[in-house]
Design a protein around this ligand. Structure first.
Ligand code: AMP
Length: 313
């Protein structure tokens, strides 16, 4: 049972539920729980009630999702259909900031049309995690006046569904993407110009993640920057971006406050969740991290950037 009584903080996420095979300099994992929707839910469920919509094939080991249900994630919108599950195979070499996609097998995602259950349609916070932008647009046709709609994307969709992605930008309040994706989407190498290009298409907030180099939040009026937590060992970077988004949206949903100060705090919470995600393979660390550990890490961020201003006469 969810420990969050209020529907005012509900977070609806639509994204991939995958089987990932990942190779890093520290080891390999085959067919482990992955997907943008999965990582996002694992992270956001620490802050707010989460409703996950997605699809898996009949080959999917659904017991892998039990820990998400145990965290209170509502899986009523997760369809199981005949066919093979979405699979992603990726590799990280010594630069742990960028994943190399070796294989993307869409499987049941090819014919998926998201059907948002009636009880999910009024969710005030909607996150369109990294999936086909056509599906992201279909979700927006079914939800009723959310307070905040955010989306994510990646190079795969920037290359194959560019017009639909640009159309989507006109319907979201906020987008998260990494620096390489921002450059690829906008064809600007300068990130400030890239953010401006995206702001001109519709979103009021553009969050550009730079892996171990932190994250920027751009609006028309301001720029905010949060560093990444300096971890001594990064085990598997997969899912860091989705976990960042989960912490970010979860924090906003929990407070219900969309002011600039709250958005800035949410960037730091997102950065903290991204840093936990990379400590173990798959979503394992996100499942065992405690609220006290999360709060302590958020405080670490404050210390990381605190300094005394020296006033000159
Ligand atoms: P990230 O947070 O960016 O590291 O996202 C990693 C997750 O994205 C992995 O668990 C993959 O299963 C998932 N993923 C990879 N490629 C795609 C894609 N083209 N569409 C949706 N999800 C994907």
């Amino acid at each position: 049972m969810s420990s969050f009584p209020s529907t005012a903080s509900q977070v609806l996420v639509v994204g991939s539920v995958a089987l990932d095979s990942v190779e890093t300099p520290f080891g390999k994992a085959e067919d482990v729980l992955g997907g943008s929707g999965t990582y996002f839910s694992s992270s956001a469920s620490h802050f707010a009630p989460v409703q996950l919509v997605g699809v898996v094939g009949d080959d999917y080991p659904v017991h892998l999702l039990q820990p998400l249900a145990d965290r209170g994630v509502d899986l009523a919108g997760l369809e199981k259909v005949s066919g093979s599950s979405f699979r992603w195979r990726g590799r990280y070499r010594h630069d742990l900031n960028s994943a190399e996609t070796l294989e993307t097998h869409l499987g049941v995602f090819s014919n998926f049309r998201p059907n948002i259950p009636a009880q999910f349609r009024k969710a005030p916070f909607v996150f369109l995690a990294n999936i086909d932008p056509r599906l992201q647009l279909q979700v927006l046709e079914q939800v009723e006046k959310p307070r905040l709609v955010a989306c994510d994307t990646m190079n795969f969709w920037i290359e194959s569904r560019r017009p639909e992605l640009i159309e989507l930008l006109g319907h979201v309040d906020l987008i998260t993407l990494n620096d390489g994706e921002a450059r690829q989407l906008t064809e600007h190498t300068n990130l400030v110009q890239a953010a401006r290009w995206i702001l001109d298409k519709g979103p009021k907030h553009v969050l550009i993640k730079k892996g171990e180099h932190g994250a920027f939040m751009f609006t028309r009026e301001s720029v905010f920057f949060a560093p990444a937590y300096p971890l001594e060992s990064v085990f598997d970077p997969t899912g860091a971006g989705d976990s960042f988004a989960g912490g970010f949206i979860g924090s906003l949903a929990a407070s219900g406050d969309l002011s600039d100060a709250s958005m800035r705090r949410a960037v730091v919470v997102g950065s903290a969740m991204g840093s936990f995600a990379v400590e173990k393979f798959s979503n394992r660390r996100l499942l065992d991290v405690t609220r006290a550990e999360i709060d302590a890490r958020v405080q670490e961020f404050r210390r990381l950037v605190a300094f005394d201003e020296v006033l000159t006469a």
